[in-house]
Design a binder for this molecule. Structure first.
Ligand code: ADP
Length: 484
């Protein structure tokens, strides 16, 4: 099949979170299976100034938005054998950030990503690459299904193309004031409650859910959760309407990048056959962070965005109690200024067994996954979560809240001693989280039992193979349906 992935991020060219990992790893796996897969993202300043060889294609597009013409140029690079199309427009994408500054989102985001989506469709025609499937990710690519269904109608170039839309995080819907409609080049006739209108505003994700041939999200549990008022972020009714075409496919992990046996970024490699290297990684990590070098003190790690979604507020509340225990804690992350400030304040207290690292530090993350004994992820909600998958493969036992992808990947040792690979709790509160941490610490004292838990996590198949098989099957079904 010919497949185009359209997204606002792909690793390592442009990444702010798990989305970038998916749009990098899924195409790679689908290529291996023999499909002609390509990716399209905006040509951000960071990509332009990065170390990637970028070719200029002699193609341009003209997109009219609200009476103004915007010119787009096509550039190309590749990630392995996956071609990546880069949509260039300096005014829109030649900026320091992808979506906004720390003070807030860029106000012209609707225009920027409408330009992106419309250019992609124009370029496809000019390149004569007619995809069987266009797979769009999150609100930034949500206009594609909307436009194809409502503006392109029977356009012979696209009338055999199926569109799949994936929700990576339902909390970010692309919600804009009604005035954004003309800025995105959209006709007011599309502003109805059965398409783009959501309580007087434009909701791009809603439009995509109602227009795509199939909708997916990134774990089975999250797929069920988003149909409820608690987790549906107001779109549960719309999702219910499309329930028959909605499916949860758990993300995999790029095992070329994340494998303790091959990872060059960590001090010593290891595997289930020999765990000795992990001890050395712990020692090095303790040394690097200025923690006491002690093999027997359990070391708990946390890597992720410092936002309420990740339950960091629970952890901040528990930090004084953790500081008083015979444990060490390392936190790496960046995000919400208020929460970062609280962490900063705690760091200033000079507590010796807690290391707080604020910032996006790519080199430190693998060292934490490798060097820690446990990995804490008490998320309020978690569409899939990559961090716990990395932790599992690195023999770092996850302690998680039982939600979304965490519920689908972490089996609680207390509830299932034979198959358990981690510790989980249900209610989102400090006491439940504390209880799970205590259960993990108690299990840690039984060295042989602990190694079994580690091994079970490391042996779990987290590769992209399963997910890619499921996407392939879904693509086929959509194409067949499309072609009757
Ligand atoms: P989300 O996509 O919700 O941010 P995921 O767990 O799916 O969360 O993926 C986060 C990815 O980003 C992981 O690979 C994680 O290691 C990485 N990451 C997050 N924050 C940081 C940071 N401050 N420094 C380095 N890597 C980080």
């Amino acid at each position: 099949m010919k497949i185009l992935q359209v997204a606002s991020e792909v690793a390592p060219l442009a990444k702010t979170g798990g989305l970038a990992d998916v749009t990098a790893a899924l195409p790679k796996e689908l290529r291996r299976m023999g499909h002609d897969v390509r990716v399209a993202i905006p040509f951000y300043k960071g990509v332009a100034s990065g170390e990637f060889p970028v070719r200029k294609a002699r193609k341009s597009a003209e997109v009219e938005l609200g009476g103004e013409l915007h010119k787009g140029f096509l550039r190309q690079t590749s990630l392995g054998d996956v071609p990546v199309y880069l949509i260039e427009n300096r005014d829109f994408f030649g900026r320091d950030h992808l979506y906004g500054t720390p003070e807030g989102d860029y106000p012209d985001n609707p225009r920027r990503f409408a330009f992106f989506c419309r250019s992609v469709l124009q370029f496809l025609k000019r390149m004569d690459f007619r995809p069987d499937v266009i797979h769009c990710h999150d609100w930034q690519a949500a206009l594609i299904p909307v436009i194809l269904r409502n503006e392109f109608g029977d356009d012979p170039f696209f009338n055999r193309t199926a569109v799949v839309f994936t929700i990576h995080n339902l909390a970010y819907q692309g919600l804009f004031p009604a005035e954004a409609l003309p800025q995105m080049g959209l006709d007011t006739s599309l502003f109805t409650t059965d398409l783009l209108e959501y309580y007087g505003r434009v909701n791009l994700m809603k439009g995509a859910i109602l227009s795509a041939d199939a909708i997916t999200t990134v774990s089975e549990t999250y797929c069920r959760e988003i149909l409820t008022p608690e987790q549906g972020c107001g779109l549960e009714g719309v999702l219910m309407e499309r329930r028959a075409d909605l499916v949860g496919i758990l993300n995999g992990l790029d095992t070329d990048e994340w494998s303790p046996a091959l990872d060059r970024r960590i001090f010593r490699n290891y595997s289930t056959k020999s765990l000795a290297g992990k001890g050395a990684d712990k020692r090095e990590l303790q040394r690097e962070l200025g923690l006491k070098v002690a093999a027997s003190v359990p070391l708990i790690g946390m890597v992720g965005r410092i936002v309420e979604q990740k339950g960091i507020d629970l952890v901040i509340d528990l930090l004084p109690r953790l500081a008083a225990e015979e444990v060490q804690v390392v936190i790496l992350g960046t995000g919400d200024l208020r929460l970062m400030h609280q962490l900063h304040e705690f760091r200033n207290r000079g507590v010796k067994n807690v290391s707080i690292n604020l910032g996006f530090k790519e080199p430190l993350a693998p060292k934490i996954y490798a060097g820690c004994d446990m990995f804490l992820m008490p998320s309020r909600y978690e569409p899939c979560g990559l961090s716990q998958l990395i932790a599992l493969s690195y023999g770092t036992v996850p302690i998680v809240r039982r939600t979304g992808g965490l519920a689908d990947t972490v089996i609680d040792v207390t509830g299932n001693p034979r198959e358990g690979n981690g510790f989980s709790f249900g209610d989102f509160n400090g006491e439940s989280c504390w209880d799970a941490i205590q259960r993990a610490l108690a299990a840690y004292r039984d060295r042989e039992g602990w190694r079994k838990i580690m091994r079970r996590g490391m042996l779990r198949d987290v590769s992209w193979r399963h997910a890619a098989d499921k996407y392939e099957e879904l693509y086929r079904q959509c194409v067949e349906k499309k072609r009757g």
